[in-house]
Design a protein around this ligand. Structure first.
Ligand SMILES: [Zn+2]
Length: 179
């Protein structure tokens, strides 16, 4: 069944190609037109530019770097790894981070869920001498997160939430929904 359908599609392609060739053959203007385009492109490409070599090398270098960058981005999108997972929502705030030496999570920081402004950390103690950490959005001018713990404990809490998703593979869903 599969072989028959692929055989049919080959025949269809061949017939389509023959019809196209026949049309091109029958219209001499098409040939003339195609030939002109080909000659124009060839003349342009083989022409000498009156610029200094360093300009050409510079342009070539930047073109190469840009292509490499685009190629890397394309492959990252096609085959993402957990290192593409650098943003998520925890404790009703947006969190971003980077990967350092040996994939250690670094630069864990909170952002406002409403306006995406970086939150300002503040550590204080209440009347019971309990330490609490506030993450404030200066743009919305209101606290976005208040946790009864020290700032470094809060960072550790978020680190554990991120690492959990990396371990169990939930990061794959997160990069699709949050990108
Ligand atoms: Zn805000």
């Amino acid at each position: 069944m599969h072989e028959i359908s692929s055989y049919k599609s080959i025949i269809n392609t061949v017939i389509g190609g023959l019809i196209l060739a026949a049309i091109l053959w029958l219209i001499p203007e098409t040939w003339f037109w195609l030939k002109n385009i080909f000659i124009t492109i060839r003349t342009h490409l083989s022409a000498f530019s009156d610029v200094r070599n360093w300009v050409l090398y510079g342009l070539g270098f930047f073109a190469g770097v840009t292509l490499l960058h685009l190629f890397t981005k394309f492959f990252q999108r096609l085959f993402p790894t957990f290192k593409n997972y650098k943003k998520d929502v925890f404790l009703d705030s947006v969190w971003r981070w980077e990967y350092g030496h040996k994939d250690k999570l670094i630069g864990i920081n909170g952002f406002c869920k409403e306006c995406d402004t970086e939150l300002v950390w503040d550590e204080n103690s209440n009347h019971n001498n309990q330490i609490f950490t506030t993450l404030q959005c200066e743009r919305c001018n209101e606290p976005k997160l208040v946790e009864l713990m020290e700032a470094n404990e809060l960072t550790e809490k978020v680190r554990k939430l991120i690492e959990r998703k990396i371990r169990n593979g939930e990061w794959k869903l997160a990069i699709k929904t949050l990108s």
